[in-house]
Design a protein around this ligand. Structure first.
Ligand SMILES: Cc1cc2nc3c(=O)[nH]c(=O)nc-3n(C[C@H](O)[C@H](O)[C@H](O)COP(=O)(O)OP(=O)(O)OC[C@H]3O[C@@H](n4cnc5c(N)ncnc54)[C@H](O)[C@@H]3O)c2cc1C
Length: 386
């Protein structure tokens, strides 16, 4: 089989890239190891920056987002005894949208633009340093296949083969000494907008997926087994860290439907290209979820990459493809810094000196317009072209 762009991975990066390429008149085929149902149901990110929303709208994917998503003007930042609302719209001129990654994924599948082969195995990349790269795999019926292409797009996340095939000049990594215990609960959120809470026992976050489903997180030590956390223990700890009872605020518990532990790390590999292989999304970089940037970075990467590949493959102009890695990395590093900053400002390290610095930083962010605006600009998202 032959196509212009062989896309590996049908997560948000891969499906959106194929969608944008098709709209730009470039042919693409996506291969994915998981089933369509599995990919569609995977619970992950939930916050879209304004530039991600604009891009999805301009790609014809905004109707359900506008109808069913919720626009948030900002977030609540909390320290024991104090809760402050940061209004991003007032501070930075734009808010964010609550719309789950699963919903973005469903919209991409419903658009039906991408040709996707699900449940493939034994994916291998070939000829990356030639102008005839190829991907081999075994399809869902057990038949060995070869997909010849002009370009391969590695959108297969942090454990896929693309990352391993792209020999990095440099790889940067920071592993944090804590994880998140995340739950989904069938209960209306106890807050209108997300609450980010600093607490001496550890960070807590109250997020949501809809009017009837809450998403909450607790900082826990690395290696935590979710089975060690009963539902009652989770709700008690959330109540303590989120300040149940303070100023009359109540956390309403409900049935927990999902419980998982998410380790936290930052990782960037440069360049985001190796010959005819271009990396996008988690295949090229990972951020801890504190800044809500993972999904938004994947969207920003493919916005740049789709333009570059349309220019390369339709007009024969390689300039955007040649600058793709540098162009994308400017935003990647900004988001990597912001995610690191939010993470280290909000998580308890056990060191009393760190705790005082964190509280001082939080007081500055919540009382100074300059401090609040810096957080608002980064959280609500910077323009696609930085
Ligand atoms: C458990 C979890 C929770 C998260 N929570 C948040 C959050 O709360 N907020 C936030 O902003 N971000 C969060 N993220 C990050 C965010 O979901 C990712 O940044 C985003 O999914 C990146 O999209 P992607 O398409 O680059 O990668 P992915 O979504 O990982 O998609 C990669 C795809 O490639 C496929 N694949 C893998 N190997 C192969 C192969 N050999 N061949 C073909 N296909 C392959 C995978 O099955 C997958 O479908 C979370 C991530 C995880 C893992």
């Amino acid at each position: 089989m032959r196509t212009q762009v062989a896309v590996i991975g049908a997560g948000p990066a891969g499906l959106l890239l194929a969608h944008l390429l098709r709209r730009g008149g470039v042919d693409a085929v996506v291969i994915e190891t998981r089933s369509q149902e599995y990919v569609a149901a995977r619970i992950r990110a939930g916050i879209l920056e304004s530039s991600s929303v604009e891009l999805l709208e301009s790609a014809g994917l905004g109707a359900r987002l506008r109808a069913e998503g919720h626009e948030h003007r900002g977030i609540h930042l909390q320290m024991p005894g104090e809760r402050h609302h940061l209004d991003f719209v007032d501070l930075a001129g734009r808010g964010v949208w609550l719309y789950g990654q699963t919903e973005v994924q469903k919209d991409l599948v419903a658009a039906g633009t991408a040709e996707v082969c699900y449940e493939v195995t034994d994916v291998a990349l070939h000829g990356l340093e030639t102008d005839r790269p190829a991907v081999t795999y075994v399809d869902a019926d057990g038949v060995a296949r070869r997909l010849d292409a002009d370009v391969i797009a590695g959108c297969d996340g942090s454990f896929g083969p693309s990352r391993a095939a792209a020999v990095p000049r440099q790889a940067f990594e920071r592993v944090y000494p804590y994880s998140w215990l995340g739950i989904l609960a069938d209960v209306a959120p106890s807050t209108d907008e997300l609450i980010y809470a600093w607490h001496p026992d550890g960070f807590a976050l109250h997020s949501m997926r809809s009017d009837t489903v809450s998403r909450l997180y607790l900082q826990v030590p690395n290696g935590t087994d979710p089975a060690d956390w009963s539902d009652d223990r989770i709700w008690d700890e959330l109540a303590t860290r989120l300040g149940d009872g303070e100023d009359g605020w109540k956390l309403t518990p409900g049935p927990i439907t999902d419980k998982s532990v998410l380790p936290m790390r930052s990782h960037v590999r440069t360049p985001m290209r190796h010959g005819r292989l271009f990396l996008a999304g988690d295949a090229a970089h990972i951020v801890p979820p504190t800044g809500a940037k993972g999904l938004n970075l994947a969207i920003a990467d493919v916005a740049l990459l789709s333009r570059a590949l349309v220019e390369l493959l339709r007009s024969g102009d390689p300039r955007l493809a040649d600058s793709y890695s540098d162009d994308a990395l400017r935003r990647v590093w900004r988001c990597t810094h912001f995610s690191w900053w939010m993470t280290t400002m909000l998580h308890a390290s056990g060191d009393p000196f760190d705790a005082q610095l964190q509280l001082s930083q939080l007081r500055w962010v919540t009382t100074s317009t300059a401090g609040a605006t810096g957080l608002a600009e980064n959280y609500a998202g910077l323009p696609l072209e930085l």
